[in-house]
Design a protein around this ligand. Structure first.
Ligand SMILES: NC(=O)c1ccc[n+]([C@@H]2O[C@H](COP(=O)([O-])OP(=O)(O)OC[C@H]3O[C@@H](n4cnc5c(N)ncnc54)[C@H](OP(=O)(O)O)[C@@H]3O)[C@@H](O)[C@H]2O)c1
Length: 310
């Protein structure tokens, strides 16, 4: 399919992902032929947002001539939707591409469509689309992102074309490791949020008020991300664990034990992982690293034998 060809895209699942990516397609000159959702309210709202002539709850309203079916439903609905579309006699499956946006499922969930001759692939946007944000607010963050893809060669080719049309890139994920890949996405967004929530809890305990925590910590957070992007996690790591400052780390643990003992399990696990990074950059000698590990593990709620580096 030539790059300049404008696509006719039907979106199934009128939620955040469908609305946001649909909007970028429309902004790039493509047409949304139909928005199909579980409830008519969602379908109509997204239909207006995407200037779609059809907003419906029925898959049969996907019009003939649609080139791409973009399934952006929750992942447990994808198989049913794929089966439902595969029964539509008015679609020309040989010239139809179909994808879903789940990070967990591979392209094989679209087998009913592949068996009819459609080009299938998974197309997971590696970005966060928070439920409480309006699509308009999310659109800028959905440009220039990666899409986790698997599928037959024809599907991967189509995925590359769609990603390019969305201003993004494709990253191929082996189907058997897709759930592991999704776990990495969870760490990158959800766990990062949790880490910042812990910063918030500690800082509120320090100040005793509801100070604007993120404003205060934004420079250090952003500099850390920028340093990692410019070098690597190893090179960007600073602080007492990287320096082998056993005494400082001991004082942190003592302070946590006094003021926020509930955070000790978190602090133990994260400190052990931080020590693993420090060891890869060999910023301390073996004896200091072992002393650090013993100290950290001694604060574990259920002390276990520390694992020495082989
Ligand atoms: N949110 C994220 O950060 C994110 C990031 C990457 C990938 N994803 C994946 O992208 C997909 C969509 O996520 P989302 O955040 O956009 O979810 P969402 O906001 O909950 O939207 C899902 C939409 O699908 C509709 N739907 C549910 N069952 C359906 C069915 N059987 N037929 C047609 N429509 C149906 C819902 O319908 P009604 O509103 O009409 O009831 C809802 O509008 C999921 O697979 C998710 O895992 C999400």
């Amino acid at each position: 399919m030539a790059r300049s060809k404008k696509l006719r895209i039907a979106i199934v699942g009128a939620g955040k992902v469908g609305s946001v990516l649909g909007k970028i397609f429309v902004q790039h000159g493509h047409t949304v032929t139909a928005v199909i959702s579980r409830s008519v309210g969602s379908a109509r709202a997204a239909g207006r947002f995407l200037r779609s002539p059809i907003a419906s709850t029925a898959l049969r309203d996907i019009p003939p001539g649609t080139a791409v079916v973009f399934i952006a439903t929750p992942h447990d609905a994808i198989a049913d939707v794929a089966r439902g579309i595969s029964r539509l006699d008015h679609l020309d499956f040989r010239s139809l591409a179909a994808c879903h946006t789940s990070g967990i499922y591979s392209a094989s969930v679209l087998d009913p469509l592949r068996e009819k001759g459609a080009t299938v692939f998974s197309f997971h946007p590696l970005q966060t689309f928070p439920r409480s944000f309006s699509p308009v607010r999310i659109v800028p963050h959905a440009r220039g992102i990666f899409y986790g893809v698997d599928g037959p060669p024809s599907g991967v080719r189509m995925a590359r074309l769609l990603a390019r049309e969305l201003g993004g890139n494709v990253i191929i994920i082996p189907p058997e490791k897709r759930v592991l890949y999704h776990a990495a996405c969870v760490v990158a967004s959800n766990h990062l949020t949790t880490v910042l929530w812990i910063v918030e809890q500690i800082f509120r305990r320090v100040r005793g008020d509801r100070a604007k925590v993120y404003e205060v910590f934004k420079p250090i957070v952003e500099a850390t991300l920028s340093n990692i992007a410019l070098s690597s996690t190893g090179e960007a790591l600073s602080g007492p664990i990287a320096r082998g400052g056993v005494e400082t780390v001991a004082r942190h643990f003592e302070s946590l034990r006094e003021f926020m003992p509930e955070l000790l399990p978190y602090f133990v696990e994260m400190s052990l992982e931080t020590l693993r990074i420090a060891e890869t950059k060999r910023s301390m000698d073996r004896g200091t690293a072992d002393a650090m590990r013993h100290l950290i593990v001694s604060y574990s709620p259920s002390p276990s034998t520390p694992q020495e580096t082989p």
